[in-house]
Design a protein around this ligand. Sequence first.
Ligand code: GLP
Length: 244
Amino acid sequence: MKVVTHENYDQMSKNVAQRIAQVVTKKPNAVLCLPTGSTPIGLYREIIRLHKEENLDFSNVTAFNLDEYFGLPEEHPQSYSYYLWNRLYKHINIPKENIHYIRVLSNKLEDVDQYCQEHDATINELGGFDLLVDGIGLNGHIGFNEPADELIPHTHLEPLSQSTIDENSRFFDSKNDVPRYALTMGMGTIFKAKQIILIASGSHKSEIVHKILHSNVTTQIPATLLHLHQNIEMHLDHEAAKLL
Ligand code: GLP
């Protein structure tokens, strides 16, 4: 895994935005997979700037996102579809029909399974992702693939770990409001990316960053599986890199 350390969050955001711009410029119908969370906020700000000031064109781009809380209505400010629409998609010229959220309206498990299969089939038909960008959970989760003895490779419903519920409760009024389940691409779906960029910012991420880079591959730290990918970079700001 190649590690790129940046002076600060702003530099990291700008650099990763440039990487997305390169992919989209070289291949105007690129398929992207994009993250949510606090880390990519600066990245999306910079992409919007590149679109508005430097005409970065998204009119043929297709975009997916990695994961979504299960059971939150679409208009809920913490839903990832709400996040991506408001922080990125509505500010650039990506056609609505090219935006793929992970969201299933039914609560029936068989409908969820069917939805997940169709979701992975759509990704396969498109030939996988040209670039996937992802953040890292404090417990090493990727998307919402939580530490476990075994990981489900395809898109699926995942029970959230207590540590993720605790970590993400900062976005909700109370811990009780954090959904207990989420839909996430599996590690196999993530591996359909030709190129992966992991991003991490802040000193609270420094321990998990160190662990990912120095551990053997283990499903107990899902991000370590990414050591097996042939084209992966981890971009860090100075604080996240402080234990390296
Ligand atoms: C969340 C999301 C992940 C995200 C991670 C890091 O739980 N499921 O996709 O990458 O946590 O979030 P943040 O960037 O806010 O630290």
